[in-house]
Each structure stands twice: as C-alpha cells, then as structure tokens.
Design a protein around this ligand. Structure first.
Ligand code: ATP
Ligand code: MG
Length: 749
C-alpha cells in the first residue's frame, strides 16, 4: 500500500510550493476540487502530496483511489468502496450504503486519474457529496468532471526554478558526475523548449548520458518534434510532451519499441516473468526481452518498483498509452496473449490451492488485481472470448472468496454469461462459483437466478461433473436461503460424486460447508464428521485456509455442546492462522466465537469488548453475521447473556471500546495475550476521544484541534473533559505521558 503522500511514485518530489498552498486552500474552501491538465503535467503527483499534507486533519479518514487501471465504469463504486476499506454486502454496488458507511465524518478522498471514467466519476462524487456532509473530494483528471460546485484547478507548468531543479536532480541520478553549474544556461533553454512539463523534463534528463542539454534542445526544436497532441481525453493542442515521447520512442532500438508498445497491455505493473511470457514474438525474440527491458528502464520509460520484493515494474500512464497507440490492430492479439498468461497462472493457482503454497499464491494474485481486471475486461467484450472469462472465474474461485472480491466476480460472470456462449460444462462450472460467491455476499436474487440455470443444465445433461456442481451450488443456495437441513442433504449427494471424480479441492470445501450446514441445522454431533473429513483432505497437504475454517467450525460446535475450554483452544488456533493469512472474514468469525466463549465462561467484560471488535471487522469488510443467517441467532444470544453480566452502561461502553480498538489489540485480547481488566468502562476512550487526545498530547489548543478534526470548539471542550476524567488527569500537559504509559503497558501485557 503506497503511503498517502507518495502515491505510487518512488522518485523525490520537487518544488510546487505555490501550487500546493493554492490547492490546499481550495480544498479547505470547496468540497470538490479537480486538478486539471494534460498527461505528464504532474497532476497526480500534486494530488498525492496534498492528500499527504492534509491527511492529519482527517485522522483515519483520508484515502486515495487510483483509477488508472480501471476500465469498467460499472466497477467504479466498488473500487472506491474497497479503497476506502468498505465492502458492499450486495452484488449491486449501492451508493447509499457507502454513504452510510462514510456518514457525517470529516473525510478526504483523492481520486486519481478520472479522465476515462468521467460520467461515472461525476455521478458517484455528486451522490456522495450530497449525502455525506463531512466529505471532501479531490480528483485529478485530464478533463473536468462537470459536477455542480466543482472547483477546477488547472495545474500549471512548473516554474522555471522547479523545472531546473527537477532536471538537475534526475540528470545527476542518471549521471552522477554531471553538474548543473556547467550547463545551467542550456538547461534553462531546454526546460523552455520542453514547456516545463515535468514528464518531458524527466524523459530528457535521463538522456544526459548521451546528449548535452544543448544538443537535446537543438534536436527537439530542429526535428519539428513538437507534434499535435492526440492523447486521449485532451483538447487538441500543441504540447512538447508528445514530441518528447516520440523523440524517446525514435531513440529506442526496434526491440525496445516493440516491447514498449506491448507492455501497454499490462495494468498496475508486471513481473519480469510475465513480460517474458507475454511480449515475445513478431520481431522480438525471447532472448532479447531482458535487454530491451533494461533499455527501457535506463531511459526512465519503465520503472522498477524497488519496494516490491518480487521486483515488479511499472510504467507511467501517459507512457503506457503512447506505447499502446503504436500497437494498432495488433492490440487484440497481445491482449489475448496477456489474458492467456493470467488464465494459465490462475489454473496453477487453482491446482495448487490445497497445498503449502496457498499463501504465496494468494499474495501473488493480490498484486495482480489490475492485470486480472484487464484480462476480464478483454474477455467479456466478445461472445467468442466470454467462455474464457467464465473459466477464469472458475479457477479464481478461492481468490475471490478469500479476498472479498465476490461482488467483482459476480459482475464479470454476469457479463460473460450474458453472451450465451460456452459449453454446458463451462457454463455450469462458472455458475457454481457464481452461486457460491453471491451467497457469501448475501446477494440471494443473483444466486438463485444462477442456480436456476445450473439446475436446468444438470437435468438436461447426463454429466457427473455438472450434476455434482449443481448439487454443490444447490446446497449453498438453499442454506443461505435459510434451509440448512436441505442444504446438508444436497451436499451429501454432491460429495459422493465429487469423491468419485477425485475433485479433492471442491470436496474439501464442501465437507467444510456441510459441517457448517449441519451445525446450523442443530445437528452439531453429525457436523464433526464432515469437519474431520475436510481436515483429512487439507491438513496433510499443508493447506491452512480450510483447515482453520474447519477448526473454527469445530470450536463453534464445542461451544454448543458446552465445552468452552476446547472451543477456546480451537478458536485461538484458527485465529492465529487467519491472522497469518490475512483472512478478514475468518478473523471476524473467530473473534466472534471467542466472544461467545468468554460469555459462556462468565467473563462479561471480555465478551463485550470482543463483540465490539467483531462488529468492527464486519463493518470493515462490509458484511455482517447476518450474511450467515444462523450465526445471527448465536450472536443475539451472546449479547443477551453478556448484558446480564454487566450494567447497561458498562456493556455499551465496552462494546464501543472494542469497536474502536485497533485490530491488533483486539486480536491480542482474543488470543488471551492482553487482559481487558484495566479497560474498565471509565478508562475506555472512544475513537473520537483518542483522536482528540492524540492532538492534545502534541500540545494543540482546543481551537486548533477543532479545526483539524472539523468539529466545533464546544465539542472539543466536551471531549477534553471526558478524556481527563477517564484518564484520571488534572492537567492537559499530562495527556502525552498518560498515552505513552498506556501504549507501553499494552505492549508489555
Ligand atoms: N513536483 C514534482 N516533483 C518531481 N517529479 C514530478 C513532479 N511533478 C511531476 N513529476 C513527475 O512527472 C511525471 C508525470 O507526473 P504525473 O504522473 O503526476 O502526471 P499526470 O499529470 O498525473 O499525468 P497523467 O495525466 O498521465 O496521469 C512523473 O514521473 C512524476 O514523478
Ligand atoms: Mg496522473
């Protein structure tokens, strides 16, 4: 995750002091500000910097969303919601739900690179701004959004001083022995020729090894290279950038040119292995790829992401588009190759899911989201390619289910299925995944519509695979519709066929699901057998995802039968694995179960805090236990019992405390590493109080705090009084010490 102020950029930020001040002022006074300008002008750079500067005034509520790799307007809302850490529970993105999650809090959202999704961006920001009074939106775009109240800031070219500094810093980076002093006058001229456009300056500066600044200026003017700008979304105007890009292109070897244009099919960066697989052919030998890539990196056209352990590469949007424009009609061919590569990779992921490399695969695909999107995007546009999108959904089932990409999977599936192409088997496989992820998201209308088609296929064909998958999907859909008994019976029939067919992965999954169904159908005793079968298929193979879910299920059933000690052991084992895997759903479920166990052992305070903590997880991933119909009952019982152990005020306070805890702390409590004891109701600061306390600790005045948090001074006064009371302090100057003592105490415990 790039830091707020840097965004995806790795190089140093230069100058722009006046511009920064002006944009900050505009954001202070307007709720929608658009940084406008042609490609390479430095809009994005400026935007991330402003966001970083202003973020402290929006604690926990300043976010950035990069749209460069998103081609599909229908996914805009979902992308924004996900970037903000909210996930919509339904299959259809609902702006109302996102607005509700944002509420009235003071928030700042920076949406980078809007130009290709103007209408969708306009609609979404207008809707959010109308519903969320505390929200401010900053965007960067080559065209204005055209929303009422939008304040447009045309990003100017760099000042001469900034331009010279940028050139000097990048040139010495490329050739450390070069100094500005020797060439200052020529650099000033060159920057003028380049119109002081930052990207043009950067591209020229790396040429310092071959050309003097004077020679560069001469060539750029002499070649008549100042071409008409035809980049997408820009008014037709003369600009130095395209000239500069064309000049860079002309100076590349033929291999570098071919590679540059073919790299445009990637989105959001790429690994060397992917480049070597996708780009060779037609004039570019496999053995030449590395040399060509090295050349492009040397010329600053491609950047190696030094922060990425896998050594990925990135390409700036305007450079990518310039290369893409050179592909011409061959684009289809290279996009198909790109899709084929990721599809093959996904096939391997699927084949190795039940095994020790599960975690590595998941991490790898988390990095490839943008490439997957581009692959889907290409595949769903034609009837002939659509079956490959179906296949891709099929083999990415675990990825979607485990990383909360269910809504996106459903979106691609619906587009692909709508073409009506694909064999019965291809459709059936995809439909099963659709039923599963849609149910997980509680999108039951979609799930049952997909199931209808799948059940029809099973009836019309004599095919064991289709029959098994239809039973699998039916089991899930029926259960999520509220009939776990029927679900469990369908699952049993499906399992029989799956075992016969040797489909270990799906069988393991379905055993786990059936265990859960039986538990929900009040047949916890029978459930254990299915969980055990699941464990037999997973544990010896080094699998952890399902293993930990099965442990969670066994734990819940242990609670049911009154063995809370065993339940706690199982749940803690599951929780540790879930934390390690980064499975938020799993973390929420395990924390929730540990809350139930705490109340069974009459530890009311702990139960209340954990109930609050679990709620925070549900909210964060945009779902609730309500998406698991039977768990709601269990949760309600736990709440009732916990209330019995505590006073009403104490209960509310502790739940609120749990909700506001950083997840790390909540997990420490759930694992028994930290006691709740000292966080009695009085000591529990609310999330807002913590924000105020943090600012108090830095010595800020009430007025300054009010301004930072965008709340009234009176409200701040009330918070301060409560903070002092809760922390037992007499003066404001003690707050810093009290907070420090509190955090070190939490670490020790
Ligand atoms: N103030 C700056 N300091 C250092 N580098 C800068 C600055 N402004 C821009 N750049 C560099 O110039 C290049 C283009 O900048 P940026 O990506 O922000 O342009 P943009 O206007 O967002 O372009 P696009 O419309 O293609 O998204 C980047 O490599 C960026 O690092
Ligand atoms: Mg940009």
């Amino acid at each position: 995750m790039p830091s707020a102020s840097r965004g995806p950029y790795l190089s140093t930020f230069i100058g722009r002091e006046d511009e920064l001040g002006e944009v900050r002022r505009l954001v202070d006074h307007n709720r929608l500000v658009t940084l406008l300008g042609p490609g390479g002008m430095g809009k994005s750079r400026l935007g991330y910097r402003v966001l970083g500067d202003m973020a402290p005034a929006f604690p926990g509520s300043a976010w950035s969303v990069d749209l460069a790799d998103l081609a599909e307007p229908a996914l805009l809302g979902l992308t924004v919601a996900t970037s903000l850490g909210f996930r919509p529970p339904a299959d259809e993105f609902d702006v109302g739900a996102l607005a509700e999650q944002l509420g009235e809090r003071a928030a700042l959202v920076y949406i980078d690179n809007c130009e290709h999704l103007l209408d969708a961006c306009a609609e979404l920001t207008a809707a959010l701004l109308a519903r969320c009074p505390g929200l401010r939106v900053l965007t960067s775009s080559r065209q204005a959004l055209g929303v009422l109240g939008e304040r447009v800031y045309p990003v100017p070219v760099m000042s001469t001083d900034d331009a010279i500094e940028l050139f000097a810093v990048r040139a010495t980076g490329a050739l450390p022995s070069w100094t500005l002093e020797r060439d200052r006058a020529a650099v000033v001229d060159l920057c003028q020729v380049l119109d002081r456009v930052p990207l043009a300056i950067e591209l020229a500066a790396v040429r310092i090894r071959t050309f003097s600044p004077k020679a560069m200026a001469g060539r750029l003017v002499g070649d008549g290279a100042l071409l008409r700008d035809t980049l997408r979304g820009e008014p037709s105007r003369r600009t130095s950038l395209v000239g500069c890009l064309q000049w860079s292109f002309d100076l590349c070897t033929v291999q570098e040119q071919l590679l540059w244009s073919r790299l445009s099919v990637f989105g959001g960066g790429f690994a060397l292995e992917a480049v070597e697989a996708v780009c060779p052919g037609d004039g570019l030998a496999e053995s030449d790829v590395v040399v060509a890539l090295t050349g492009l990196v040397d010329k600053s056209l491609v950047e190696r992401d030094v922060d990425d352990p896998e050594g990925r590469y990135r390409i700036l949007e305007v450079i990518r588009q310039f290369g893409g424009a050179k592909l011409g009609p061959a684009e289809q061919r290279w996009r198909r190759g790109h899709r084929d590569y990721y599809l093959a990779l996904a096939e391997r992921f699927d084949a190795e899911w039940i095994g020790p490399s599960q975690r590595a695969w998941m991490d790898r695909f988390r990095r490839e989201r943008a490439n997957l999107r581009r692959a889907f995007d290409f595949s769903v546009t034609s009837a002939a390619e659509a079956p490959l999108a179906m296949r891709m959904c099929t083999v990415l089932e675990h990825f979607f289910a485990s990383t909360g990409g269910g809504a996106e999977a459903v979106h691609w599936l619906q587009l692909a299925l709508a073409h009506g192409t694909g064999t019965d088997t291809e459709r059936a496989f995809a439909l099963r995944v659709g039923c599963f992820v849609a149910s997980l998201n509680a999108a039951m209308t979609t799930a049952s519509a997909m199931y209808d088609e799948l059940a029809g296929l099973a009836e019309a064909t004599d095919d064991d695979w289709i029959r098994a998958y239809a039973l699998y999907a039916g089991a899930v859909v029926r259960t999520w519709q509220g009939d776990a008994e029927t679900g469990a019976n369908l699952a049993a029939d499906g399992l029989e066929i799956l075992h016969r067919l040797g489909d270990v992965g799906r069988a393991a999954n379905l055993h786990f699901l059936r265990g859960m169904m039986l538990g929900w159908a009040d047949r916890a005793d029978d459930a254990a057998a299915d969980y055990q079968r699941c464990l037999e298929l997973t544990e010896p193979r080094g699998e952890r995802w399902l293993t930990s879910y099965a442990q969670w299920g066994l734990g819940v059933d242990a609670l049911q039968s009154g063995d809370s000690e065993r339940a706690i052991r199982l749940e803690r084992t599951a929780l540790r694995a879930k934390v390690d895997l980064g499975d938020q759903m799993g973390i929420g479920l395990a924390v929730e179960a540990l809350a139930w166990a705490a109340v069974d052992q009459r530890r009311g305070k702990e139960a209340a805090v954990l109930l609050g903590a679990a709620e925070a997880v549900w909210q964060e991933i945009g779902t609730s236990v309500a998406a698991m119909p039977y768990l709601t009952r269990r949760r309600d019982t736990a709440i009732r019992e916990t209330r019995r152990l505590l006073s009403s005020a104490e209960f509310e306070d502790l739940v609120r405390h749990g909700r506001g805890l950083p997840q790390r702390d909540a997990i420490a409590i759930a694992l028994g590493r930290t006691r709740v004891g000292r966080t009695g109701s009085d000591a529990a600061l609310t999330r807002r109080e913590r924000e105020v306390a943090a600012l108090l600790a830095t010595g800020e005045s009430n007025a300054a705090i009010a301004e930072s948090l965008v709340i009234s001074v009176r409200t701040v006064e009330t918070h301060v009084v409560n903070i002092m009371r809760k922390l037992g302090l007499k003066s404001r100057s003690q707050v810093a010490a009290a907070l420090a003592a509190e955090s070190s105490a939490a670490q020790v415990q």
